[in-house]
Design a protein around this ligand. Structure first.
Ligand code: PTT
Ligand code: SF4
Length: 609
């Protein structure tokens, strides 16, 4: 087989067993890689109802046939498991040397199962795989952990790991890698911590299994060159994702004061222009020539890599108006291994609870010192931090007092930095994202603002599905970075060409959309199997706050209309071939080649024809 090694590595941390498992071309063609492989493995191997933080849960790292090659922005890897934050399917995506090296080691992914008796890390050098003690690393921040392992194995080694937040099972702990790389928002770092696994190091010496290496080389080079000619390239290199902040402020979609407002008169202090002034370094993923990891010095003179999401959630959402201070909170999150989006949301939620007298602790808007202390308490689960470490949904359920109304989450995962009082299409995107409220699968907000926010028409559902196919299906399975396409207009037509050169098989974009639909149906089946009779359409609803009128700004008074949102959601289900509850029908599953999924799912819910 060309394009894939056809092999997963399986490491059982309970009994130390290390094995490999092969797959064939049919499997590869059907699930492609990355999210496709991860979803299939978790569906096949997890019994419904397993404790996400118990030894029975499995942590999967997987990539696709383009990862690691000399192709534009091709060093991404997906990390997935049953999520301790949501109880459903969870995953995230990192660009890292670890992806490249693991591929060179001869695998298409790793499945980690069981739980070690004491802290360990895994070292992979081709087929020499060892589980080694990590007692001395346990308790250390991620930066120091990475440095120690890099000293031991050299700067070419690929490394992923967790900080103290993952060790302490904070439900939104992420997996970290080099510089500011972080992935797995729905608690993938906590799953790693629950297995007593501090880090994984990969080193490989194999060639990539390519059908046509010459075309990869020549066409890859054309792809690299094309990006540099894009009109947006120069601005991108200066501001990266942070250019979005000023746009959100202009369009009333910035999260301000726990998403209460959509605009802020102090946004200038933290926007892309400010970042430009303060930038001291640029990092990024391997194999990328549009590196976006813009880095500043924080209050303690330490490096902090900032993206829009980090700034929106730890800046405007908490009324912190100084970028250097935002940098400090971000650096702490990176070192402790916390997801910045959920962290900013949970701290905004706590500040609002404090303001309303629902909790006794004094947590004040804009008070960076107070927020720094709160980040520490969350990481080490001290006092109120222990409750907040569970995420906004569980914290709100415990606190009562209608706090769920302003817990900014869907299915338990906190909403990323786009405020949706005025954008029903983007609200639908958050509502139907396969991991809870993340923008990664369908960032339709820019299209929606340009084409008309008022509409709840079928074109909105169609756009969300189109983007979910491209971003959530294709890019998450290939696994390459989507920024070339979304930010610089790199044509999608490149990807079937690259795939053909890698695998020797013919591909069309339609093939890739079908894979996307298959993965979406499979992940939806995973959720339904977990929740069974508790599954309902309301699980795809956005936070209640957006059904209140926006209190201030040029669009004051605008709100999401619940009845219309519900109709839009029904339209989305119809276009996907899912029933009124949002469950794929038998015929949809059959059309996607998922007959065996339908058979299994029928043990838990009645499927519509
Ligand atoms: C992603 C989410 C995002 S989305 C951001 S900023 W973004 C936050 N970054 C965090 C961080 O940093 N530190 C931290 N401790 N927590 C963080 N949480 C937040 O995590 C990232 C880039 C970005 S930056 C984005 S959008 C794109 N994401 C891609 C994706 O998902 N798939 C894909 N095929 N290509 C993508 N390209 C871009 O990659 P999650 P990275 Mg991240 C400091 O993982 O769980 O999906 O959450 O991967 O290597 O860091 O690159 O404005
Ligand atoms: Fe990584 Fe940014 Fe390059 Fe994408 S554009 S591959 S996130 S450095």
């Amino acid at each position: 087989m060309k394009g894939w090694h056809g092999k997963f590595l399986r490491v059982n941390l309970s009994n130390g067993e290390i094995t490999t498992q092969s797959f064939d071309e049919e499997y590869a063609r059907k699930y492609l890689g990355g999210r496709g492989f991860a979803a299939k493995i978790l569906w096949d191997e997890l019994r419904p109802g397993v404790d996400p933080l118990g030894p029975e849960n499995k942590l999967v790292f997987a990539f696709g046939p383009l990862t690691g090659m000399a192709l534009p922005s091709s060093s991404k890897i997906v990390v997935a498991a049953k999520s301790p934050l949501t109880g459903g399917y969870g995953d995230g995506n990192l660009g890292t040397k670890f992806a490249v090296q693991l591929r060179k080691a001869g695998y298409d992914g790793i499945i980690i199962e069981g739980k070690a008796d004491s802290p360990v890390y895994i070292h992979i050098n081709d087929n020499d795989v060892n589980i080694l003690p990590a007692v001395d690393l346990w308790g250390k921040g991620y930066y120091e952990t990475h440095e120690i392992l890099e000293k031991e194995y050299g700067s070419n080694a690929g490394i992923v790991g967790i900080g103290p937040a993952g060790e302490n099972l904070v439900k939104f702990a992420v997996v970290r890698s080099q510089e500011g790389r972080a992935g797995g928002r729905p608690g993938m770092g906590a799953v790693m911590g629950s297995k007593n696994l501090k880090a994984i190091v990969a080193q490989g010496s194999h060639d990539f299994p390519l059908a046509d290496p010459e075309t990869i080389k020549t066409e890859g080079k054309v792809g690299y060159d094309e990006v540099k000619k894009a009109s947006a390239y120069e601005h991108w290199m200066r501001q990266g994702t942070t250019m979005v902040l000023a746009w959100c402020n202009e369009t009333s979609t910035l999260p301000v004061k726990n998403f209460f407002y959509g605009t802020w008169d102090q946004a200038k202090g933290i926007d892309g222009e400010m970042l430009e002034k303060l930038t001291i370094a640029r990092y990024g993923c391997p194999r990328c020539n549009m590196r976006c990891g813009l880095t500043i010095k924080d209050e303690n003179d330490q490096e902090s890599e900032l993206d829009y999401e980090n700034i929106g959630m730890l800046g405007s959402n908490l009324l912190v108006s100084n970028l250097t201070k935002v940098g400090t909170l971000n650096r702490m999150a990176d070192d402790y291994g916390l997801d910045t989006i959920s962290l900013g949301s949970v701290m905004g939620f706590a500040a609002e609870c404090s303001e309303k007298g629902i909790i006794d602790e004094k947590i004040e808007w804009g008070d960076t010192e107070g927020f720094k202390e709160l980040v520490r308490k969350i990481t080490f689960r001290e006092g109120i931090g222990d409750l907040l470490a569970e995420g906004t949904k569980k914290a709100a359920e415990k606190l009562g007092n209608d706090t769920l109304h302003f817990a900014m989450q869907v299915k338990g995962l906190e909403v990323s930095a786009y405020n949706c009082y005025t954008t029903p299409g983007m609200a639908l995107s958050f509502g139907t994202s396969p991991i809870g409220a993340h923008h990664k699968d369908a960032w339709v907000i820019s299209w929606e603002v340009q084409t008309g926010r008022d509409s709840y028409g079928p074109e909105k559902a169609a756009k969300v599905i189109e983007f979910q196919r491209i971003r959530g299906g294709m890019f998450e399975s290939l696994t390459t970075c989507r920024f070339r396409w979304i930010e610089l207009g790199f044509s999608l037509d490149w990807y079937p060409k690259y795939l053909e050169a890698a695998t020797g098989m013919k591909w069309t974009l339609d093939d890739l959309w079908e894979i996307g639909d298959r993965i979406y149906a499979l992940i939806r089946a995973f959720w339904v199997r977990e929740f069974q009779d508790k599954w309902s359409k309301e699980m795809d609803y956005p936070p209640e706050r957006w059904f209140d009128p926006l209190p201030e700004g040029p669009l004051a008074g605008t709100k999401l209309e619940k009845e219309k949102y519900d109709q839009l959601l029904s339209e989305y289900y119809k276009q996907r071939g899912w029933d009124e509850r949002g469950i794929p029908t038998k015929s949809t599953l059959a059309k996607l080649g998922l007959e065996e999924v339908a058979l299994e799912l029928e043990n838990y819910v009645t499927l519509k024809e």
